[in-house]
Design a protein around this ligand. Structure first.
Ligand code: AMP
Length: 402
């Protein structure tokens, strides 16, 4: 019996989705698609393509709000030739301190997760909206939440606990990490490939529009760069990453002096650190690495500085996590930048030869999954695409069996 599973993965202005057919333990992608440009005054994009890459839907509708965006997805998937899903898996960045396990979604669970919207403010409101609408638009179909924070749930106390007074920690303020489904997929890829030679000391750098890095020992996360929210850690497309808390206080005082009320000042501060900083803030140009590389090619000094800062912080974390792990066996790059931008990989690894990280520049220039370290490099360096949707399907099937 085949069991179509719909995977929903929402961002602040997009909904990505895919349908997998699962039969006799085999999982195959049937289709994928996205609604992009939600809330924009310009026309958005709505497309669906089969596993063979052939476009089945390719439209440019106006998508003024999430309601319209999700109605497009649900409307298209409710009609032939698309199969009615038997289950739906939702990606969720963080469910808060009380929801740390992947599980079936109920109205009570949604309410519980909603209390911790501030822990992933760009992602959680959209994800929760879609969970509620999916329950209405696909009646009777079980929905499951799959958390990015799940991979990091067993972080050691020294990385989990943040250096703040206990009453605030008791409110749930701690390191949750993010991109966990990506990390899980890399660990699972390496385990499947060769369980005997699984790297005991592994660093994975997930470099996408949001960027994070994790130290993994024996397949278990021991540290990760994002903290309570995805704003911490590495520099991201439009997020600061780690920053002196004094900067936040300085900005907050300035904002509070000119805005009515603390909430308005905090909202504005959040916009600054989450949407206007990082690669975008430093370059003054764009959050997009490909565009920054093009600007660097044209001699743009601010773009050069933004990318230099990005690679510098990344190199610093690789060094720190090598120390955390007591040495390193394998470094994996993943995510849009990690997979596609050879220059970022080379610049981040430059000068790490004495730590055993020696790239082969010709291999590094190749595209797709590859080993990019030189023969004889003490640390194996690889590029592996993430497979978050497949991880979600795996969790959904396990939860349904239970
Ligand atoms: P993601 O969030 O994983 O989709 O990654 C998005 C990031 O990957 C953006 O900064 C893109 O510019 C970057 N990216 C995608 N393809 C390339 C490429 N060929 N070269 C450089 N950066 C790329």
């Amino acid at each position: 019996m085949t069991l179509p599973v719909l995977v929903l993965n929402s961002g602040s202005s997009s909904i990505k989705f895919s349908v997998y057919e699962t039969a006799n333990g085999e999982v195959a992608k049937l289709l994928e698609g996205a609604v992009d440009g939600i809330g924009s005054s310009a026309l958005g994009k709505f497309w669906i393509q089969g596993a063979d890459g052939v476009k089945l839907v390719d439209e440019t509708p106006a998508i003024p709000d999430l309601e319209t965006g999700f109605a497009l997805v649900a409307g298209a998937l409710a009609q032939p030739p698309f199969p009615q899903p038997a289950a739906i898996g939702h990606r969720m960045v963080c469910g808060g301190p009380t929801v740390t396990e992947n599980q079936r979604i109920t109205p009570e669970l949604i309410e519980e997760m909603e209390r911790y919207t501030a822990f992933a403010p760009l992602h959680t409101p959209t994800a929760i909206f879609i969970m509620r609408r999916a329950a209405e638009l696909f009646p009777g179909v079980p929905n499951f939440v799959c958390l990015d924070s799940y991979f990091h749930r067993n972080l050691p106390e020294v990385t989990r606990q943040l250096p703040i007074p206990e009453p605030y920690a008791a409110m749930g303020v701690r390191r949750f990490g993010a991109h966990g489904l990506s990390y899980e997929s890399i660990v699972s890829h390496l385990q499947r490939e060769n369980p005997e030679r699984f790297p005991s000391r592994l660093i994975v750098a997930h470099l996408g529009n949001g960027a994070s890095i994790s130290a993994i020992r024996g397949g278990r996360g021991v540290d990760t760069s994002m903290g309570l929210t995805p704003t911490g850690g590495l520099i991201s497309g439009s997020r600061t990453g780690d920053i002196d808390p004094g900067v936040l206080l300085f900005l907050l005082r300035g904002l509070a002096a000119r805005l009515p009320g603390t909430v308005a000042a905090a909202d504005e501060l959040e916009k600054i650190v989450s949407k206007q900083s990082g690669l975008l803030g430093v370059s003054g140009l764009t959050n997009d690495m490909r565009s920054l590389r093009a600007a660097i090619g044209e001699g743009n000094a601010a773009a050069r500085l933004a990318v230099d800062e990005f690679c510098y912080v990344l190199r610093k974390f690789i060094g720190a996590y090598t120390a955390v792990l007591g040495g390193l066996d394998m470094l994996v790059f993943t995510g849009g930048i990690g997979e596609n931008d050879a220059a970022t990989r080379a610049e981040a690894c430059a000068g790490l030869e004495d730590m055993g990280i020696i790239l082969d520049l010709a291999r590094n220039a190749s595209r797709g999954e590859a080993t990019i370290s030189a023969d004889g490099s003490p640390v194996t360096v690889r590029v592996i695409p993430p497979a978050e949707d497949l991880m979600i399907v795996g969790h959904v099937l396990r939860l349904m069996r239970n």
